[in-house]
Design a protein around this ligand. Structure first.
Ligand code: ADP
Ligand code: GLC
Length: 495
């Protein structure tokens, strides 16, 4: 018997979309962009979209995926200002209704994990942006929408409206999604002009030019795309201010008419505590209280922490960079540590944070564990085994860790910024509502206060804490709502 097709699918007209970005789970992921590039296309298929995801074929993609890719064709493409030509191969992999086309070129994609440094990454993503469009032309797959992600794909709209204007692709509308405004792809104009081969006129102050002599790839993409989105409504407002605007606030204010915020979701197939094979014990909303204890005990055992059900275990899963508010954590960690508390950190990044967390692990042996590594399995186990998850970010476009935590019945403690503000409703003691504990200004004292409020609530009001755990698991954090909003945007653009 055929599976029933959701009514929605019949009602919403079909649209084709090319997703272009630099990372995608499970092939290559350094953060939330990788999650979104995987989950959103899948969710769009359910909204009656035909989706192709275009990615670089990095050497660091695990062999288990490389070996499943099928050669789809190849050609040569002019790139630089002097017309040097480069090989473009297309390797294809189809999975879960989504077609993944990997752009193959050893010269650009054999180093890095996947990023290296700007000197190498600038030419790499000039090549990638142009090759992605050239590959669509080569395959004669002309989508209604080309949806680009972050600075690495930001030249796509610029190429489309310059060097590809006389190709069939020119009918496509473009969307550029900002996942993180901090990274923009800035380098001196002669270098970017040379590698991109783009005409001189795009290097003007309304498009790529920034300051006196630099070119900014993201800025150019924002100017040339039909719509700009970012990953929460609050961040869409914040980036138009000087504090969060990363020097592009005036440019974003100028383009505010085409700027929208759509919050991320999480993929319920991957992040599902009742089926997650990486957990010690699976659970759902009916047995979370018992099973969480078991996950906590086994996590403590695996990490060499004191095994004690009664400890309040705080998790932190993060890239260890300035964005994530780790200076606040460092400043107050000794005050957080008492005989009732344990902290589990998982992350890699800036040396100064890696070292300070290693130091604290040593100073509080058995109660602090710093996992300075990238490890998917460990992440899943921490989401399941911790009582609370810390996300005190300086800025946070959306944030996925607080969403995953809630879905695993782990209470988030977050700063009220960007997507954290939009997704975590603060606990209200009068009405017994809310999903977590929050603080507003970027201040270590306020972070400590939020942690202490959570801790007191956990120890002195367990009944209400447990209700919050269940409320969090019950919250709808799936991609469905947001995918619908993207689909509506696609329809608006192509009506
Ligand atoms: P960002 O994209 O800014 O890094 P997000 O919260 O959007 O932040 O996404 C982070 C993603 O990366 C989540 O899926 C999180 O579980 C994962 N992650 C971050 N650090 C690690 C790590 N060290 N090991 C495993 N997963 C990690
Ligand atoms: C970025 C942001 C993060 C967001 C993710 C996915 O890396 O830092 O807040 O959740 O992209 O959109």
């Amino acid at each position: 018997m055929e599976a029933a097709v959701p009514v929605e699918t019949y009602m919403s007209p079909r649209r084709s979309v090319a997703f272009i970005g630099s990372e995608c789970y499970p092939f290559v992921k350094t953060g939330g962009l990788g999650d979104v590039m995987y989950a959103l296309p899948k969710a769009l298929v359910k909204q009656n979209c035909d989706v192709k995801v275009i990615l670089p074929r990095y050497k660091c993609i695990p062999w288990e995926y490389q070996q499943k890719m099928i050669y789809r064709g190849s050609f040569t493409m002019d790139l630089c200002a002097d017309g040097r030509s480069y090989y473009v191969g297309i390797m294809e992999y189809v999975w879960d209704g989504v077609v993944y086309d990997f752009i193959d070129n050893e010269e650009f994609f054999s180093s890095g994990n996947p990023y290296t440094n700007l000197i190498d990454d600038i030419p790499k993503y000039c090549y990638f942006a142009k090759a992605a469009l050239a590959a669509l032309n080569y395959m004669d797959w002309i989508p209604n929408i080309i949806h680009c992600h972050d600075w690495q794909a930001a030249l796509v709209p610029v190429y489309l409206r310059t060097q590809f204007v006389n190709t069939k692709l020119t009918t496509a509308k473009t969307i550029l999604t900002i996942h993180n405004l901090r990274f923009q792809g800035i380098y001196n104009i002669p270098t970017i002009r040379y590698w991109s081969g783009l005409p001189d006129y795009v290097f003007n102050k309304d498009a790529l030019k920034t300051g006196y002599q630099d070119a900014n790839m993201l800025k150019g993409g924002l100017a040339y795309s039909n719509i700009i989105t970012t990953v929460s409504q609050t961040y869409a407002g914040e980036i138009q201010s000087a504090y969060y605007g990363e020097t592009l606030d005036a440019h974003l204010r100028y383009h505010s008419g085409k700027l929208r915020g759509i919050v991320n979701g999480i993929d319920y197939d991957i992040w599902n505590p009742s089926t997650d094979a990486r957990l010690y014990a699976n659970y759902d909303i009916t047995n979370v209280l018992d099973k969480k204890k078991e996950n906590k005990r086994r996590l403590q055992e695996e990490l060499g922490l004191v095994q004690d059900d009664h400890k309040f275990v705080i998790g932190l899963i993060s890239r260890l960079t300035d964005q994530k508010g780790l200076d606040l954590v460092n400043a107050i960690l000794p005050q957080v540590m008492d005989e009732h508390t344990q902290i589990v950190v998982l992350g890699t990044g800036d040396g100064v944070y890696e070292d300070s967390f290693r130091y604290y692990e040593n100073a509080y042996k058995g109660n602090v564990c710093s996992n300075i590594m990238y490890d998917e399995t460990r992440a899943h186990r921490i989401y399941a085994g911790a009582d609370a998850l810390l996300v005190p970010s300086r800025f946070e476009p959306c944030g996925l860790t607080q969403l995953i935590a809630m879905h695993y019945g782990t209470v988030p403690i977050v700063r009220e910024t960007g997507g954290l503000k939009d997704t975590v409703e603060p606990y209200n003691m009068y009405f017994n509502t809310g999903n977590g504990f929050t603080f507003d200004r970027y201040d270590s004292g306020l972070l400590l206060d939020a942690i202490n409020r959570a801790k007191t609530f956990y120890f002195e009001n367990r009944w209400c804490w447990d209700e919050m755990v269940q409320r969090d698991m019950d919250k709808n954090l799936s991609w469905e709502n947001s995918a619908k909003q993207y689909k509506d945007l696609y329809l608006d653009l192509t009506w």
